[in-house]
Design a binder for this molecule. Structure first.
Ligand SMILES: *Cc1c(COP(=O)(O)O)cnc(C)c1O
Length: 485
């Protein structure tokens, strides 16, 4: 590709060749040349991505051959390898930074979050302990406190940044087990007075299945409680499932309410689930990995008022809060349980203080400075700026709903968030065919999902700068796809 060759040549001109050992730790002047080029080239690549197809043009066989050429026996020049990588990623990804990516909860990252990654990469602080990185650990703790307060959790709520929602949810299960069985931390499930089981809805995220396995409880420990026909957990079915498990000698430990389901953006009835959980002595976790972002909006956060009932809460920063991946948050009103679940003593770590050393209160040991992304973004945008971001998505989802309904589509989920589950008008091809055709057109990225037993076209507004024109373009692509022979 001519573009790439030119780009490689620019690097050659601006910076000395960097390869071999010299390429690992070049002097500052050489780095600046490469970094300046990289800044420019990534901006150009972003423009090319936005103007191109959302779907990959990846040639897997050809790419395999190219990769095989990297046998690592012969060092290559850094500038060339960087240009090669950018070019291949332009062709070889679903472009989640494209304004017509209406996909899963993957955002185009905010600019402050990207700046945070550069800073973290330069200092590479180790956040395992406060002792080694007091400034970085304090910044993360400050953001966690601010998010906890915004979510309505009480003062004294603890928590930390995670790699994502799956790690945060795993942490919730550890806290629930520690709360329910004092012997769990030492003896595991063997120390429990019955086989531990926990409850999610049939529309909950499937990370829970892996979490049950990781925790050593086994996948069979997950109870998928029925929904009410609108994608929300049925609290009566939850109460019945808990009673049935108790009658059979199992040990119910946790109920999970989802605030923003994956397929359809539905909010489980948190208050009713909380009442069942309290009555049955269960830990209440609210999985708001995506939907939790709505707490930033004064206009809409009443929808999440019941988050305040949670014993623990997951909110991902790398979803609707638009940080780079992966960046999640775990919060709990009972932080002492984190120390119980994850405590450890060593002779080589500089400190082991549950009040401020993340490695003794969380899954990770070595820890990247993830929280800087949300700190910078919040510092720059404020709640108000972030509110404009989520409200923009809500407004566009509403616009899409109206446009699709005007064309005869039916939106079958009543989500207050920015996800639409649509079924085509009578006589049209099925949802899967329409999605396949839209992807083949390259115009936009949407997906299929199973919602309450029905295959639907799933559309989620995730990109901060998607416009009404982009929405119109998506509707046009869907209409073309359904009209095609
Ligand atoms: C995304 C998501 C998860 C999994 O989180 P990751 O960040 O992908 O690890 C869990 N639960 C819900 C509700 C989610 O939206």
């Amino acid at each position: 590709m001519a573009d790439l060759e030119t780009a490689e040549m620019d690097v050659m001109v601006e910076a000395p060749a960097l390869a071999g050992h010299a390429g690992l730790f070049p002097p500052a002047a050489a780095r600046i040349g490469i970094e300046d080029w990289l800044t420019q080239e990534l901006a150009d690549a972003g423009r090319r991505v936005a103007a191109g197809p959302v779907v990959p043009r990846h040639d897997a066989a050809g790419f395999g051959d190219a990769l095989a050429g990297f046998d690592f026996a012969r060092p290559r020049e850094l500038g060339g390898v960087l240009a090669w990588t950018i070019g291949r990623l332009e062709e070889g990804l679903v472009q989640i930074t494209h304004p017509r990516y209406f996909g899963l909860f993957n955002p185009a990252p905010s600019f402050p979050a990207q700046c945070a990654d550069r800073i973290a990469a330069a200092f590479n602080p180790q956040l395992a302990t406060w002792t080694t990185s007091p400034a970085a650990v304090a910044i993360e703790a400050h953001v966690i406190r601010a998010i906890a307060a915004r979510a309505g959790l009480p003062e004294g709520t603890g928590g930390h940044f995670t790699t994502g929602g799956a790690e945060a949810n795993f942490t919730a299960l550890q806290c629930a087990l520690a709360a329910c069985c004092p012997a769990y931390a030492e003896h595991g499930a063997r120390g429990a007075a019955g086989a531990p089981v926990f409850y999610i809805s049939a529309e909950a995220h499937h990370a829970w299945i892996k979490i049950a396995h990781q925790a050593g409880l086994g996948r069979a420990a997950v109870r998928q409680v029925g929904t009410d026909g609108t994608g929300r957990m049925d609290p009566a079915a939850l109460a019945a499932a808990v009673a049935a498990d108790r009658a059979q000698g199992a040990l119910p430990v946790m109920a999970v309410a989802t605030a923003g389901t994956t397929a359809a953006g539905m909010l489980d009835p948190v208050a009713a689930i909380a009442a069942v959980a309290r009555q049955a002595g269960l830990w209440l976790h609210v999985d708001a990995a995506w939907g939790g972002a709505l707490i930033v909006s004064d206009r809409h956060r009443a929808l999440l008022a019941d988050l305040a009932e949670a014993d623990s809460l997951t909110i991902d920063a790398h979803k609707w809060l638009a940080t780079t991946m992966g960046c999640g948050m775990f919060l709990t009103r009972r932080p002492a349980l984190l120390a119980e679940a994850f405590r450890v003593a060593t002779g080589y770590m500089p400190s082991q203080d549950a009040a401020r050393d993340p490695y003794v209160t969380s899954v990770q040991w070595s820890r990247r400075f993830l929280g800087l992304r949300l700190f910078l973004a919040l510092a720059v945008a404020g709640w108000e700026g972030y509110a404009a971001h989520v409200e923009h998505a809500l407004a566009l989802a509403e616009l899409l709903r109206r446009r699709l309904e005007a064309c005869g589509w039916r939106v079958v989920n009543a989500s207050p968030l920015a996800v639409l589950c649509a079924t085509p008008p009578a006589g049209a091809p099925d949802a899967a065919t329409i999605v396949r055709r839209v992807l083949a057109s390259g115009a936009a990225w949407i997906s299929t999902a199973l919602f309450e037993g029905q295959t639907v076209v799933r559309i989620c507004v995730t990109h901060g700068t998607t416009t009404a024109d982009d929405a119109a373009c998506l509707v046009a692509a869907m209409e073309t796809a359904r009209a095609a022979p």
